[in-house]
Design a protein around this ligand. Structure first.
Ligand SMILES: Nc1ncnc2c1ncn2[C@@H]1O[C@H](COP(=O)(O)OP(=O)(O)OP(=O)(O)O)[C@@H](O)[C@H]1O
Length: 350
């Protein structure tokens, strides 16, 4: 498996009148060739800041440090702004949550889609026009010539998001970072945009980081899932491990807050409390005050990362060999039962 992006111990702090804001507190993350990695957590957990650090698009006053921040084995932290600009848009592209504010209201759609190709590949004239029209078609928009002449406000929300995808993909990047690309859309449109991203991934052999606060959204697209809380990854695993063998109480809460059409539950679970103030210096486990399963040690010491399988890692004291026995919520026990059943059904060789 080829690693495309490797992040080790990423820390990002912003200066602020109320004291430094600790947005990212030691993130380790890898993206492998051809996979979709979902980065999931509540608002403010540091998902966007993590990927913006990668692309060097944080505000100038951000303090960024990392033991490793690499793209295809190349160190991104040491690169000049010019070299980073070459990578951004052509090798790594970003789709933002809100196309209306990301698009230029005064520029025709066609010109905006063509920009990356003009800038990175110096394509001009008829070739550029043809490439733009082909890209508009590829993202499922009708009548490319008409769409290219329109301005952003003349399109619907779903059409604008397709335009954002065309802008991100036209220069044939290796990596697509999709930051909450469906949040502003209704459920039907969400499903269509996810299907489009999935299809484009397959056609173009993309690797994707898909950012969302909603675990339900990524069930159909993610190969692996990383759960982020208060600037740290608290659990990471394959989609199957996160959905059916989750080990961190925060992941349990996120799973329980996803609407389940088959469930008998009448009201949806909402995680009690709020994430910690990012100004705070944290002691122990950042999730402890909201965690009904917290142990005394959670309020004193940061939990170590425990390996559950070759692909599954969890940052929780519950997995310590000395932790007392505990029983997760019934909804999670049901998931575990399905997982164990699936494991038994996997044929063993040898
Ligand atoms: N320029 C900035 N100056 C100060 N604090 C910032 C800045 N950008 C982000 N932050 C803070 O960093 C923390 C992480 O923000 P980030 O945008 O990465 O969260 P997120 O998980 O992507 O959530 P959301 O879905 O709301 O964007 C938040 O507390 C946020 O307020």
């Amino acid at each position: 498996m080829t690693t495309i992006i490797e992040i080790k111990n990423l820390q990002v702090t912003f200066p602020d009148d109320g004291g430094p804001v600790h947005a990212v507190r030691g993130v380790d993350l890898t993206l492998n060739q051809g996979e979709t990695l979902a980065l999931v957590g509540e608002s403010g957990s540091g998902k966007s800041v993590t990927t913006h650090a990668l692309l060097n698009i944080l505000p100038k006053d951000a303090q960024v440090s990392a033991d490793k921040l690499q793209f295809n084995g190349q160190d991104l932290l040491g690169l000049s702004q010019r070299d980073i600009n070459q990578i951004r848009g052509s090798k790594i592209s970003l789709i933002f949550q809100d196309p209306l504010s990301a698009l230029n209201p005064t520029m025709r759609i066609g010109k905006q889609i063509g920009e990356a190709l003009r800038f990175h590949a110096h394509v001009r004239g008829t070739a550029l026009k043809q490439a733009v029209h082909a890209e508009i078609e590829a993202v499922g928009l009708p009548d490319p010539q008409l769409i290219a002449r329109k301005y952003p406000h003349e399109l619907s929300g779903g059409q604008r998001q397709r335009v954002m995808i065309a802008i991100a993909l036209i220069a044939h990047p290796q990596v697509l970072i999709a930051d909450e690309p469906t949040t502003a859309l209704d459920v039907t449109l969400q499903a269509k945009i996810i299907a489009l991203i999935k299809a484009q991934k397959q056609q173009r052999d993309l690797s994707i980081i898909f950012i969302t606060h909603d675990l339900g959204v990524v069930a159909n697209i993610a190969d692996r899932v990383a759960i982020m809380y208060a600037g740290q990854i608290v659990e990471v695993g394959t989609a199957e491990e996160i959905f059916y063998n989750p080990q961190h109480p925060y992941t349990w809460g996120l799973l329980d807050s996803v609407p389940d059409p088959d469930s008998q539950r009448e009201t949806l679970f909402t995680l009690p409390g709020n994430p910690p103030d990012p100004h705070e210096e944290l002691v122990g486990d950042a999730f402890a005050p909201r965690n009904p399963y917290a142990l005394a040690i959670d309020f004193q010491e940061e939990p170590p990362l425990t390996q559950v399988s070759t692909t599954h890692f969890v940052r929780s004291w519950l997995l310590d060999p000395q932790a007392p026995a505990y029983e997760p919520p019934a909804s999670i026990r049901e998931r575990w039962a399905i997982y164990q059943q699936d494991q038994r059904e996997v044929p063993t060789h040898g």
